[in-house]
Design a protein. Structure first.
Length: 132
């Protein structure tokens, strides 16, 4: 919610969730306002998170589609490797989408790889604060 609140009112956004398959919130990007932010957060909270995301396929598909100027990746980083990061870079070479990362990773090498993805794609890397 805070990320959406910080966006300009004229901004457009959309959500694509990658579990074992891709699920989009609506067919098109929507204009940022109080009602759309509230609906988006409610949609996101009501969607079942299953895991099993193919990070490479998800990021490459979004970069190649070229609809977004920024992707916010919320992930535990499993499985990432240098080879996968190189493929993401190739997919993003023309569209140059910024990839912002919120890390849920617990394993150090996953944190490292998520950080590399954000750094190479003009994004920022932050670690989510754990809740007990």
């Amino acid at each position: 919610s805070a990320a959406l609140d910080g966006m300009a009112q004229s901004s457009k956004f959309g959500f694509t969730l990658f579990n074992t398959e891709s699920v989009m919130m609506g067919d098109a990007r929507i204009v940022n306002n109080l009602d759309t932010r509230k609906n988006a957060v409610n949609w996101l909270l009501s969607t079942e998170v299953k895991g099993g995301t193919d990070i490479k396929a998800a990021l490459c598909a979004l970069c190649e589609k070229g609809d977004a100027d920024t992707i916010l990746l919320l992930s535990d980083g499993e499985p990432l490797s240098l080879g996968i990061i190189e493929q993401i870079q190739r997919s993003n070479a023309i569209t140059r989408v910024n990839i912002e990362v919120i890390s849920l990773a617990k394993i150090e090498y996953s944190k490292h790889y998520l950080g590399v993805v954000s750094k190479l794609n003009a994004g920022r890397y932050v670690e989510a604060e754990p809740r007990d």
